[in-house]
Write a protein that binds this ligand. Structure first.
Ligand code: SF4
Length: 530
């Protein structure tokens, strides 16, 4: 089988294909989007698996769970905050269990390169009490995804693969292996997946009883390795996932290395941790994300007679991405000679809308329309248009999570804000804007929703959208917005005055209105025409 140069995301995708994948689902989100970007064309060209974007992460998870119940191997992938959206089926599927291998890939974003937080998915794996792999490089991303299907079927549970941005979006060589065929475990006993209280209590007991088996799996896993330095008992390092690579690079040239434990699976390999802790006086925990391992091993009162260093003690920064240089400092090593000359100062490059972006024209019109409405508030959603918060637009005042613009505007209008405005893209509206609009329509909320219909999921690279054009207008009408207050505008400079007029009319209206700003993303329009 060939050696390939792959993105971390692609290594996961190919590992799944070679591991007998039957169906894959996802909603776009950086840094996980490239998993599905790799799978969709491959599914179309070669099959035999199915790969498709879903309306949102919860839907994606449930689609994968259905495929798993039907006895097939399924993959669901999303960025870390996507797991919040999918948390309901994720948590409950740990109780129902899986049939065909069910692999959940959650790509975290330490440093928040393109996210609103840097939450650590390992907490979710622990919360649900399921097994989790954390690859340290591309080869492991490929191998562990394959193995995750096996572990999922062995345990009868979903299994998580946790990635981080630096692994998802870097390239390296991967040694591939022959594909295994799709499996077909059959449907099993359907009623066993019904979470009626009696059944749920029984199944939760089974999940709890599987925990020692998971710890044993972790302890015997070849992905975890303990190396003890018999000559030195001063320092030991526990490094997990990509942080293990940072440790290796940081410590290169300073042999002999301190004792170290590489952690790649959870629950933690407790016996290996115990051996390292017993062997050394001070333990440095190096992990990208939250101090998950560090807090697990120190508990509330620490380890008597031992010092544990990490993110909670200031030995490593509590937020942001780690790097080999940061780990070097934590190890007490001087900076590498090559860096002594210092870097070239770079000018800051804040993100901004593309020149000619339709959102810019909508924000200009919205700002002008709001000039006479001193008490107005604009709640944004998540997409390119969130950049409307920055100069020169300064057009939106909040952005929290997918779909929240509509619900937040409703809440603000309920307590007297007028006009309360929500700004949401067509893809985000399909993801989770429809349900709050349904509630707002039912309540006759006094607010204006502006849906920016650029016919794509632009921010993550132009994936398809589920509600655009006429279909979007039908959805808006279908949830109960009065037809005379469903307006469309075309955000172009030449239409500025006409658009301001429409927006003003709806801001003045005391009731629910929806304005759909229809103009294709210019990047997508360029792609389409090239
Ligand atoms: S990608 Fe499209 S929607 Fe996003 S900023 Fe550029 S033109 Fe606007």
């Amino acid at each position: 089988m060939p050696r390939l140069i792959l993105l971390g995301d692609e290594a996961v995708a190919l590992g799944a294909v070679h591991g007998g994948l039957s169906a894959a689902y996802s909603y776009p989100g950086t840094p996980a989007s490239e998993i599905m970007e790799y799978l969709i064309p491959r599914a179309k060209k070669e099959g035999p698996f199915k790969a498709t974007w879903s309306v949102n992460e919860k839907v994606a998870y449930e689609e994968a769970l259905g495929a798993s119940f039907a006895g097939k191997r399924a993959l669901v992938s999303f960025k870390h905050v996507g797991l919040n959206v999918a948390a309901d089926p994720f948590m409950n599927s740990a109780i129902t269990g899986a049939n065909g291998g069910l692999v959940v890939v959650s790509a975290d974003d330490p440093g928040m390169h393109s996210s609103q937080n840097e939450q650590d998915s390992r907490y979710y794996a622990r919360f649900a009490q399921v097994f989790c792999f954390e690859p340290s490089d591309h080869q492991e991303a490929y191998d562990m995804t394959r193995e995750a299907f096996e572990v999922s079927e062995k345990l009868g549970l979903p299994v998580m693969v946790r990635l981080v941005t630096r692994l998802s979006h870097s390239r390296s060589t991967v040694e591939t292996r022959p594909s295994r065929p799709e499996n077909d475990l059959g449907y099993g006993e359907w009623t066993d997946w019904t979470l009626l209280p009696t059944n749920a209590r029984r199944k939760f007991g089974m999940l709890i009883r599987k925990q020692p088996e998971m710890v044993a799996l972790s302890e015997s896993s070849p992905w975890n390795s303990l190396t003890l330095n018999a000559e030195s008992r001063a320092l030991g390092v526990i490094a997990s996932g990509i942080a293990f690579n940072y440790f290796r690079e940081a410590a290169r040239g300073s042999e002999p290395l301190p004792s170290f434990l590489k952690v790649s699976t959870y629950p933690l390999p407790e016996a290996l941790v115990r051996k390292l802790v017993d062997h050394v006086e001070t333990i440095l925990v190096v992990e990208d994300g939250y101090p998950f391992i560090e807090k697990r091993i120190t508990g509330m009162f620490g380890i008597p007679g031992k010092t544990v260093l990490g993110k909670t003690t200031g030995a490593l920064p509590a937020s942001g991405e780690l790097s080999p240089d940061i780990v070097r400092r934590a190890l007490g090593l001087p900076p590498p000679a090559s860096l002594a000359a210092g870097g070239v100062p770079l000018a800051g490059r804040p993100p901004q809308l593309c020149a000619g972006c339709p959102h810019a024209d909508t924000f200009k019109a919205l700002n002008k329309a709001r000039e006479d409405h001193a008490g107005s508030s604009v709640f944004s959603d998540i997409g390119c248009y969130t950049l409307g918060a920055l100069p020169p637009y300064n057009a939106v005042q909040s952005c929290v999570c997918m779909g929240a613009s509509v619900s937040m505007a409703r809440g603000a209008s309920d307590v007297g804000v007028h006009p309360a405005v929500a700004v949401i893209g067509d893809s985000t509206f399909a993801h989770s804007g429809i349900t709050p609009l349904l509630g707002a329509a039912d309540a006759g909320a006094d607010m204006t929703v502006i849906i920016l219909d650029n016919a794509t999921t632009a921010m993550t690279g132009g994936q398809p959208t589920f509600g655009s054009g006429e279909r979007l207008l039908r959805i808006v009408a279908g949830v109960g917005v009065a037809p005379e207050h469903i307006r469309t505008i075309e955000p172009l400079p030449k239409n500025l005055e006409a658009n301001v007029r429409v927006i003003k009319e709806e801001l003045d209206y005391h009731g629910l209105s929806v304005i759909v700003a229809v103009r294709e993303c210019i990047q997508e329009s360029r792609k389409r025409r090239s």
